[in-house]
Design a protein around this ligand. Structure first.
Ligand code: ARG
Length: 446
């Protein structure tokens, strides 16, 4: 049996085939469950418009669920000579069901099939990532509250500047994630629109019911315009990549802080021994390699939007095979960031903080502004107070008062943990990720 969907009895150059198939046979495995979900919805719709009999639909659904369980068991493969997941599933259906299998491609193209697969895959991955982001957020907020009274130096120019606290440090990264969640929400919503039915990018003369597949697949709405649906290929990936890059930016900065604060010269935090690695020559070493690898991976993830932009830049509207190459960069990014989030959460939950940092006199000068402000509150003009304290420091007579009183919103004494929590959860809950999950479950049962 011919293994190319487009085979018309002409010979294919094997080198050309290898080059054009590229990494699809391996990467498309990630799309397999979603290709099947898309086909369940599409065939239900075809039956509703009279393009399949009820019996054909039932046979197709039974077999599609069967293939789904092969995917779940890890035994699904894209055979040699088969181009991609779309061809493989159709081939399996046709082998088993004959004509019913051959009918399933009515009114669609691999162009809208890969679009819908990518949307469903990305939607699923974004659900996982949002949950992982919330877990790290919770861990950071917990540490922030637990250590809210433990002071540490704050730096500008990496010079000791003003008092800070572990409450602020942990809490800052939690709030950063709440902003990242805005990008994730936008990415999720852009992704959660149905391109199926746009076919090759210009629709179909069959009376497709796109509203029906939109509902069956649990999308918020469709990408209405068939030309725009196809234009979403690459655009959606790029914008999702921006959201991942935003999270990655938070993680890489946090990783740098953690590596630096863990070094003996700072000694502000201590990673649990099980989270460090040793040296082959220096027996004393407990290195923070986890955070270093996280930093490198997250820095690379921040280049992803640009890598995608470069591939799709200057393409006019309509499908091009260039878009296939985006999958090579885009699909693996999700596992990468999920691993980094899991590692970060594990360590943040276990990291120890040094409660004695400020007993070291090298940090005394950072209380200078506290003293200036105390004098100013008592009536001395700020500039005169600034000068007096400066001269005292120069003369070595400055005695720091380490009882600091910061009360305004977001400061050491008023972290606004609850307000930040509300911000995060309101964004997360508005995404209503359960809706899509329920629709997918129902498709596999119906
Ligand atoms: N593997 C292809 C991709 O990722 C599937 C679509 C093929 N469409 C085509 N017109 N050749 O883009």
């Amino acid at each position: 049996m011919a293994k190319k969907l487009w085979d018309k009895n002409s010979t294919i150059n094997p080198a050309i085939e290898r080059f054009t198939v590229g990494k699809d046979r391996e990467l498309d495995l990630l799309l397999a469950p979603y290709d099947i979900l898309g086909s369940i919805a599409h065939s239900a719709m075809l039956q509703s418009i009279g393009m399949l009999t009820l019996e054909e639909k039932e046979l197709l659904h039974h077999e599609l669920r069967n293939i789904y369980s092969i995917v779940e068991s890890g035994e699904f493969i894209i055979e040699e000579g088969v181009e991609d997941v779309h061809s493989q599933v159709e081939l399996m259906l046709t082998r088993k069901l004959g004509d019913a299998g051959k009918k399933i491609h009515s009114g669609r193209s691999r162009n809208d099939q890969v679009l819908v697969d990518l949307k469903l895959f990305t939607r699923h991955e974004l659900q996982d990532i949002c949950e992982a982001v919330v877990a790290l957020f919770d861990a950071l907020q917990k540490q922030s509250e637990k250590h809210k009274d433990v002071l540490m130096p704050g730096y500008t120019h990496l010079q000791v500047a003003m008092p800070s606290s572990f409450g602020l440090w942990f809490g800052a990264y939690a709030e950063s994630l709440a902003d990242d969640m805005l990008f994730l929400q936008a990415a999720y919503r852009m992704c959660n629109r149905n391109p199926l039915g746009s076919a090759a990018g210009y629709g179909s003369s069959f009376p497709l019911n796109r509203t029906m597949t939109t509902e069956l697949l649990g999308f918020d709405s469709m990408n209405y315009n068939v030309v725009y649906s196809q234009m979403g290929r690459g655009k959606c990936e790029k914008n999702v990549a921006f959201a991942l890059a935003s999270v990655a930016g938070t993680l890489s900065k946090m990783a740098f802080d953690a590596c630096m604060f863990n070094s003996q010269n700072f000694g502000f935090v201590k990673l649990p021994a099980e989270c460090t690695t040793g040296s082959s020559i220096m027996p004393h070493k407990k290195n923070p390699d986890v955070f270093e690898i996280m930093r490198a991976k997250c820095n690379r993830l921040q280049a992803l939007p640009m890598d995608i932009t470069i591939i799709m830049n200057n393409l006019p509207s309509g499908y091009f095979r260039d878009l296939q190459v985006i999958k090579e960069l885009f699909l693996p990014a999700f596992a990468e960031i999920k691993e980094c989030l899991a590692m970060a959460t594990y360590i943040i939950e276990r990291i120890e903080v040094n409660k004695e940092i400020l007993n070291d006199s090298r940090y005394d000068a950072m209380f200078s502004v506290e003293e200036v402000n105390r004098l100013a509150t008592e009536g001395m003009p700020f500039r005169d107070a600034y000068k007096k304290v400066g001269l005292d420091i120069e003369a070595g007579t400055f005695v720091p008062d380490k009882n600091i009183r910061h009360t305004h919103e977001g400061s050491i004494g008023n972290l606004c943990t609850e307000d930040i929590r509300k911000t995060m959860y309101s964004i997360y809950e508005a995404m209503n990720i359960e809706k899509a999950r329920k629709a997918e479950e129902a498709l596999l049962k119906s």
